[in-house]
Every structure is written in structure tokens, then in C-alpha cells.
Design a protein. Structure first.
Lengths: 140, 431
């Protein structure tokens, strides 16, 4: 074959591929086939447990999913005293609260719930909460 | 045959809802398992909201797995508080596996032996009783009731200014068919002696704090002269199944129309008192201002001007469950707007829908009436004519004429929220 026929075949192929491309252009399809790493995590399904036919009805231990507390002075005191009755998720769940509201919470734990917290420790706890969990201090 | 009382379910409805033997199978027809949705799945919600009101329908915690439960939204892990995701409210009955969870103290049951567990009736009674689960099922007439269980602090994260406590979105509620024995039958069996004033309920919601303090045991009481005593049941079945451990296995109190604080879980002691119960959980916790709607201000609270009384009946509420704003709606496409409504004061008789933020209201169609204390589903068809942003709104009216207000409420405990609910949706071009 001569040079000319090569050019003709080449032109034909370009024309054909153009046609194919045109056929793939779906009106209105903006994006497709996009994936990315899942950033939100996955939840593992629990396994099944053998039951017994006696009178005992059991669900095993309850899982803890406690977020970390902000690093800073007083964190250990908070963990020692607050975790006696409840996990610190009770703290991280709260919206940013004014310092006075946090003090109110600490006093409530001592006075009405009977938490054995000394005056000094209560001050350290309130100071930690003020430093990390008020409107101006709270970090996402 | 079950007795025909307005608050009890008729045999016809009961069979329809929970069927005979294959209870769960037939219940499945009324409940669907769907989780909270978004139009994307990459960016997380923020880990907390505030100091503004939580703008989301539910609370913002992660989905977590607990025994006998589908993934629910975590508020706290010890004691355990879990919120039901929005889409489980598309149906009138909330599946047990998705029913919200709220314990007060951390020494809650992991395992209970029905060979040894007994329900005790004691205090100012003629004869102390110790009843096994088998005694409850065989010696007393079973009754069933569809009733909404709603946490007093449901929607607390809407409060402005925000208040400390469980930062619930709207999912601290659920509706179930509860089957059990009447409290009255149990009290009659034990014989309430003259001079009695209240009945105290204690379950296995207990903690490690000192005796006599709120952190030791969760105690609630109802007045013997309170008419709700006649409607209260001790339930051993929920939606035709045993109660999940986290919802109060073996038995829980069902106090129709009242907030869930009175629905003692893992109920073990029923105590007839001669004096009003002054324990922490009655006198300090779960108290609301003795004002219209339980409304007050931080200033009046700080100045000691507010008289507080125990929270009681649930005000009328309604919710838009779908559409939820996770996707755009094409213009001129008919949309089925769906949701639920309820009131502790009586049947919901009217639900109104608005697509202009609450300026104009139209009556929605009500679903089956499962009794005055049940969720009532509602739906309406809305055809958006133009593109743009719409604010959908819903408001319910109960048979006593109570209508949902368009103002929020504020009190220090974060209770009694029942403002008109809104949902923003975007209508897109279709041509």
C-alpha cells in the first residue's frame, strides 16, 4: 500500500474513534466511577453467641467507646474522680459550657450525687474544664 | 379476650401488629431498618455542637454497636445512652433493636437469672409478694398497650442557652406494643393498706455511690391517687418479644402518656409508701418549673424565683421523617412527606403540614389509630412547583386542643421541648 492509503486509513480511524467517543458522551452524566478511601470508618458486625436453656439471660459486657480527653493540667484528677461513677464521654458529649455551668456540674456531683471529691481536687477539675471545654477553649 | 379500654389495644389491632406465633416476622412488615443518611459519605459530622443549638435532627455522636441492638447513635458509654436514628420513625412501631437506651447509673445488668429474679411488692401492703416471671405471666391477666416512651430530655440539644445533660437530638423516643400485667392487679394482690400515699419503683439501675444519694439507686414514685396508676402496666413483652436487656429486661414499668423517667427499667421492687418520696430522683432531678409549658429564664433560676415540680405528661409533638434533606427533589415531582405525631394528653386529631415555613398550613392524612398513647403516622403529598429552597414544617393538635407552639422552651433541666419541627429541602430543576 502507498503512503496515501495509510493516510486514508489513519483518517478513517480518527473519524471512527470520534464516533465512538461521541457515542460514550451520555447527556447529563456529570461524574461517574469516582471512588475514594472511606474516611468515616466501618462498623464490624458482632458475632453470634451460644445460648443455654437454663434461667440465665446474658448479653455479656457492654463495650466502652470513650473519646480521649484534651491534654492538659488537671486531666489526671478528672480521670480519677469523674470516672468513678461514669465515663468521661459524659464530659466530651457536652456543648461548650460557660465556666460557671461547669462549676455547677462539679458541685452537683459532690453535693447531690455524693462524689467524694476534696475542695482542692474540685478546684483542679473545674479549672481543667474551664481551660478546655468552654466556648473559647473547646477544640474540635 | 382482652378488655376493650380506650388506652388498651383491641385484640384485632394486636393481632394485626404483633400476630400470633411469628410475632417478629409480622412486626417486620411495619418496621424497616434504615440508618441516618447524607448525600455524601466522606466528611464526618462535627464531634459536638454548640454554643448554638444543634442544627441536626439527631445527636452528633458516632454509630455504635451494643448487645441486641442495630447501630445506634452514641451519647454515652457508661452508663449507656443511645439515640435512635431518624429513619426508624417512618413506621408507627420502633423496632426493639433500634429502640433508644438511657440508663442513669452504671451498675446495670449484663445477665439476669429468671430462676432467682423476683418482682417484690413491699412496704405498706397487707402481704409482701415475690413474683417470678412465670408467676407474672400465669397468675395475672395480660393486657397490651401501644405507648410512646420519650425521654424527658429529648431534643435537649435545641436549648438556647444550652444546658448540661444528655445532648439528645430528636431520637430519644420510641413507640412499642407493651404486654404485661396491670399495676393495679399487682397492688390489689398485695393489698394496699390505709395511709398509703405513693408507690415507689426501683429497678436494676444502680450505681456505686453512697446509699441515700442519687448515685446509689434510681428511684421514682407515682401518687396512688394519680389516675395514671390505673393505666400503668408492668411489661414483660415489647413488640411481641422479650425486652432487650438495655430496654429493661426482665420487666419494665409502662406509664402511658408520661415521660420515660417513670418507666422504671428492670423493675424489681414496687414499694408502697406512706410519705411522699423525697429522694433525689423525685425532688431534685427531672423537675420542671411550675409555669406554663415549664418555661423560665436563666435569670429567674439564678434569682431563686422558680418553683420546681416533677416532670409529668408529654406535650404534643410531631416530626417530619421524610424527606430528610439528604437529597434534592426535582420540581413538579410529587413527594410523599411522612412522619409521626403523639401527645401524652390524648389522641392526635390533626396534623398540619406547611411548605412555606409555617405561613400556610394544610391538613395531612393520619395513619391508623393504635390508641391514644401511640405514635400516629401522618403523610401528605406535596408537589413543589418551583425550584429553590423550601422550609417544610409540621404541627400537631391533640384531642384536648393542645397545639404545638412555634416558640422553644427553656428550663435548667432541658425538658419538655415541643416546638414546631422544620426541615429544609432544596428543589432542583427538572427541565
Amino acid at each position: 500500500m502507498g503512503k496515501a492509503s495509510h493516510i486514508i486509513i489513519g483518517l478513517l480511524l480518527v473519524a471512527l474513534s470520534g464516533t465512538v467517543l461521541a457515542e460514550n458522551e451520555i447527556p447529563g452524566l456529570i461524574r461517574s466511577g469516582q471512588y475514594r478511601e472511606g474516611t468515616l470508618g466501618s462498623v464490624i458486625q458482632p458475632g453470634q453467641v451460644q445460648q443455654t436453656s437454663d434461667g440465665v439471660y446474658s448479653v455479656g459486657a457492654y463495650p466502652l467507646y470513650t473519646p480521649a480527653l484534651a491534654q492538659g493540667e488537671g486531666r489526671e484528677v478528672v480521670q480519677i474522680f469523674c470516672r468513678f461513677c461514669h465515663s468521661t464521654t459524659y464530659l466530651t458529649m457536652q456543648p461548650p459550657l460557660p465556666a460557671a455551668a461547669w462549676e455547677g456540674v462539679v458541685n452537683k456531683m459532690i453535693n447531690t450525687y455524693g462524689a467524694p471529691i476534696s475542695e482542692d481536687s474540685a478546684k483542679q477539675i473545674a479549672s481543667y474544664l474551664r481551660a478546655h471545654y468552654t466556648q473559647t477553649a473547646r477544640k474540635p | 379476650m382482652l378488655e376493650e379500654k380506650p388506652w388498651l389495644m383491641s385484640r384485632r389491632l394486636l393481632l394485626k401488629v404483633i400476630g400470633g406465633g411469628a410475632a417478629w416476622l409480622s412486626l417486620n412488615k411495619l418496621t424497616t431498618a434504615l440508618a441516618q443518611v447524607s448525600s455524601q459519605a466522606v466528611e464526618p459530622l462535627p464531634g459536638f455542637t454548640g454554643p448554638e443549638a444543634n442544627p441536626y435532627w439527631g445527636s452528633v455522636g458516632p454509630f455504635v454497636i451494643y448487645p441486641q441492638k442495630l447501630p445506634l447513635i452514641q451519647l454515652t458509654d457508661r452508663p449507656i445512652q443511645l439515640e435512635t436514628p431518624r429513619h426508624y420513625f417512618l413506621t408507627p412501631f420502633t423496632p426493639n433493636a433500634a429502640f433508644y437506651v438511657r440508663w442513669h447509673l452504671d451498675e446495670i445488668p449484663n445477665a439476669v437469672s429468671l430462676s432467682d429474679w423476683r418482682l417484690f411488692l413491699e412496704g405498706n401492703v397487707g402481704k409482701n409478694l415475690a413474683l417470678s416471671m412465670s408467676d407474672l405471666m400465669s397468675q395475672f391477666k395480660p393486657v397490651s398497650i401501644a405507648a410512646v416512651n420519650q425521654c424527658s430530655g429529648n431534643s435537649r440539644s435545641r436549648f438556647q442557652p444550652r444546658v448540661p445533660g444528655g445532648q439528645w437530638g430528636n431520637g430519644a423516643m420510641g413507640n412499642a406494643v407493651f404486654t404485661g400485667v396491670r399495676l393495679k392487679d399487682l397492688l390489689e394482690s398485695a393489698g394496699v393498706r390505709p395511709g398509703s400515699s405513693q408507690v415507689q419503683f426501683e429497678g436494676l439501675d444502680r450505681g456505686r455511690g453512697p446509699e441515700g444519694k442519687g448515685s446509689h439507686s434510681y428511684l421514682k414514685s407515682l401518687g396512688l391517687s394519680d389516675p395514671v396508676i390505673g393505666e400503668t402496666i408492668v411489661a414483660y413483652e415489647m413488640n411481641g418479644e422479650p425486652l432487650p436487656m438495655l430496654n429493661g429486661f426482665p420487666v419494665r414499668l409502662v406509664v402511658p402518656g408520661r415521660f420515660a423517667t417513670y418507666w422504671t427499667k428492670a423493675l424489681t421492687w414496687i414499694r408502697v409508701l406512706t410519705e411522699p418520696d423525697a429522694n433525689y430522683w423525685m425532688s431534685k432531678a427531672y423537675c420542671v418549673p411550675n409555669t406554663l409549658r415549664g418555661n423560665t429564664t436563666p435569670k429567674d433560676v439564678n434569682e431563686g424565683k422558680v418553683e420546681m415540680i416533677p416532670v409529668g405528661t408529654m406535650p404534643v409533638r410531631s416530626f417530619i421523617i421524610a424527606p430528610d434533606g439528604s437529597g434534592k427533589i426535582p420540581e413538579e415531582m410529587p413527594v410523599t412527606v411522612r412522619g409521626i405525631a403523639f401527645s401524652g394528653y390524648g389522641s392526635v386529631v390533626k396534623v398540619e403540614f406547611s411548605w412555606d415555613g409555617g405561613k400556610f398550613w394544610n391538613k395531612a392524612e393520619l395513619g391508623e389509630n393504635y390508641g391514644q398513647y401511640s405514635f400516629r403516622t401522618w403523610q401528605t403529598t406535596w408537589i413543589p412547583k418551583r425550584t429553590g429552597k423550601y422550609i417544610l414544617a409540621v404541627r400537631a393538635t391533640d384531642e384536648r386542643g393542645n397545639v404545638q407552639p412555634d416558640e422553644g422552651v427553656w428550663n435548667p433541666g432541658g425538658y419538655l421541648w415541643n416546638k414546631i419541627e422544620r426541615q429544609e429541602v432544596i428543589v432542583g430543576a427538572a427541565k
